[in-house]
Design a protein around this ligand. Structure first.
Ligand SMILES: [Zn+2]
Length: 90
């Protein structure tokens, strides 16, 4: 029997920091960037134990946590700063 984690993820929180969890391909991910725990799903049941959780690196966490948000906020374009030109006579 398949379990709909999309539905239950609103009900469960990270036991370590009480932040909501996001389902990803390998388990349930804590959305607290200071916590970054990944909870494994064994036999269709999420193992919500901090001892069993894996703490991801900041980079790994950012990739997984941001992977579901396809749209990024607009207006974050790099500004073309004028480069200082020195005309050295000589
Ligand atoms: Zn957490």
């Amino acid at each position: 029997m398949a379990y709909d984690f999309e539905a239950v993820c609103n009900l469960v929180v990270c036991p370590g920091c009480r932040t909501s969890l996001q389902p990803c391909e390998t388990g349930l991910l804590c959305l607290n960037e200071d916590c970054r725990r990944l909870y494994e799903i064994r036999d269709g049941i999420p193992v919500l134990l901090t001892d069993s959780a894996t703490q991801l690196s900041e980079e790994e966490w950012a990739i997984k946590a941001g992977s579901r948000n396809g749209s990024s906020p607009a207006g974050n374009k790099p500004v073309d700063a004028p480069s200082p030109e020195t005309d050295d006579p000589g």
